[in-house]
Design a binder for this molecule. Structure first.
Ligand SMILES: Cc1cc2nc3c(=O)[nH]c(=O)nc-3n(C[C@H](O)[C@H](O)[C@H](O)COP(=O)(O)OP(=O)(O)OC[C@H]3O[C@@H](n4cnc5c(N)ncnc54)[C@H](O)[C@@H]3O)c2cc1C
Length: 480
């Protein structure tokens, strides 16, 4: 079989690693990678950026090979790196250093794959379109050369964020956040900056501005003010009375993933004799964003260390609960619960939360809830209308969630996705209505085409984290 992979980010490296782990490679004659960037591995997420742009997982949890402390060991083998970064278990590394680890892992993986007799080709030109001919796929590239493959994995990463307030083409509007080293360059020291969103990207921007000595006010323009929960990375808690098999057997039909997950947390906590009161706060209380941040920070600082472990165990179950929900139930969940649930599932490090809290106390950072509109006014500033009135900004960063339609991708990727779309133009929860077979990771309409990462959004609930990518890569590699 001739295998083609489009993309050059972490997904590609994770999938290649999975192929090596789960197969003998005996049925693969060649692997052709179509990359847009000269270096394979860092992709968009872990590209060269400012040193303060950190991973959202502690060093101890980082491994592309699912091996304990693999990243720390890699750093220790590279003494030049260990002089410049923290490689302690519970610290958070700069993303660009993690990017180097991925690039290194890619080279190592490729050489192992080659040693099994697989021919490997890398084309450093992005794939622009795909044609089908006699059961094979022709991948066209910018330099108009072609190559045919039998199976194809599409791992081309994230789409652009939704433009909720139609701000594209306005001067001072920053739609492309990364690399931060480039977008921060556009901000003047005293600019009033609004950040649309309140997820990890929004937090990343606020933190980078604050730690870079920004003097102007920063507004986080949110609809519900759901800042991410605070992660306590200290000392892993080991469950003694619960295991994965017990949980897998106990999932019931449910219409609400958040409630179901809460029930699962509750069950584990009861078995483990863990005090539960504080978990309720995140879902049930009516605290303001500032109060919720303080509460979450207090908990993390108190050494509360069970929740991360419980959630880690629950991750695959969350995916199962999601798969059981009907399209209607899932759409309802996305509408009503998704934001709070995601802020619960994707926590920020304590250090980041401390930076935000200090800025809130100083009045420099303001969390706006109930944002209704953002418009340019006649003084060339942005009006932000929210539930407490109007605030004004000179620059607006878009850190909203990504588009779930193919037009969110660059034109060539849009064309590739639409090539396989069963019902073009029709609105669906999934990217361009592309539906995936969860037992193979391939398209239901074209079983030889596999998707990984962002384009699987909503088909899988957890799409884009390193953990979710590993799970998807595992399924794909076993079915190739
Ligand atoms: C800033 C940022 C920080 C993150 N931090 C974390 C974290 O700390 N922990 C975590 O678990 N997850 C994190 N994530 C989630 C992250 O998306 C995944 O961990 C992972 O990096 C996604 O990898 P990817 O290869 O799917 O996408 P990307 O990193 O977006 O890479 C896709 C690559 O494909 C290339 N490409 C696109 N189209 C084509 C084409 N037609 N032909 C050839 N190449 C193409 C692009 O150039 C791009 O480099 C982060 C995401 C971002 C954006």
């Amino acid at each position: 079989m001739e295998l083609g992979i489009i993309g050059d980010g972490a997904s590609v490296v994770i999938v290649l690693n999975s192929i090596l782990k789960n197969t003998t490679c005996s049925n693969i004659s060649s692997i052709t990678i179509y990359a847009a960037r000269p270096k394979i591995g860092p992709g968009r997420a872990y590209q060269n950026d400012i040193h303060k742009a950190l991973m959202n997982l502690p060093n101890s949890s980082l491994s592309l090979k699912n091996q304990e402390s693999e990243y720390i060991k890699w750093c220790q083998r590279h003494p030049l790196l260990s002089n410049t970064i923290q490689v302690k278990k519970h610290e958070y590394s700069p993303r660009k250093i993690f990017g180097r680890y991925i690039a290194y892992t890619f080279l190592e993986t490729m050489s192992e794959i080659k040693s099994k007799g697989v021919e490997v080709k890398i084309f450093n030109k992005p794939a622009t379109s795909i044609d089908e001919c006699k059961g094979k796929y022709i991948v066209n590239r910018q330099d108009s050369s072609q190559k045919t493959v039998n199976k194809l994995i599409l791992g081309f990463g994230t789409s652009k964020p939704k433009d909720f307030y139609n701000l594209a083409n306005n001067q001072g509007y920053i739609a492309s956040v990364y690399p931060l080293s480039e977008s921060l360059y556009r901000i003047l020291d005293k600019d009033r900056v609004a950040i649309i969103g309140s997820g990890l990207t929004a937090v990343d921007i606020a933190k980078s501005l604050l730690e870079g000595g920004h003097k102007g006010r920063i507004f986080m323009a949110t609809r519900y003010g759901n800042l991410p929960r605070v992660r306590n990375a200290l000392a892993e808690y080991h469950l003694t009375h619960t295991n994965m098999e017990i949980l897998t057997g106990e999932i019931s039909d449910s219409i609400n993933i958040a409630r179901q997950v809460y029930k699962e947390i509750y069950k584990i906590a009861k078995k483990e004799h863990i005090e539960l009161e504080h978990f309720k706060q995140h879902f049930l209380s009516r605290l303001t964003p500032e109060e919720r941040l303080s509460h979450s920070l207090l908990l993390a600082n108190s050494g509360e260390n069970t929740l991360e472990t419980i959630l880690k165990i629950l991750h695959p179950n969350i995916e199962k609960i999601w798969q059981k929900m009907s399209n209607r139930q899932a759409a309802l969940f996305l509408d009503k619960w998704e934001r709070r649930f995601r802020s619960f599932m994707n926590p920020m490090p304590i250090e980041t939360a401390n930076t935000l809290k200090k800025a809130i106390q100083k009045g420099q950072l303001v969390i706006l809830s109930g944002t209704q509109s953002i418009n340019k006014n006649r003084y060339d500033e942005f009006d932000i209308r929210h539930n407490k009135g109007i605030s004004f900004a000179d620059k607006v960063y878009n850190a909203a969630s990504p588009e779930y339609e193919s037009y969110g991708f660059i034109p060539s990727n849009k064309k590739i996705l639409e090539r396989f779309s069963p019902c073009k133009g029709e609105h669906s929860m999934y990217f361009n209505s592309l539906s995936i077979d969860p037992s193979t990771g391939s398209l239901k309409s074209n079983p030889d085409i596999y998707l990984i990462g962002q384009p699987t959004a909503n088909f899988y609930y957890l799409t884009n984290s390193l953990e979710a990518l590993s799970r998807q890569a595992n399924i794909i590699s076993k079915s190739l």
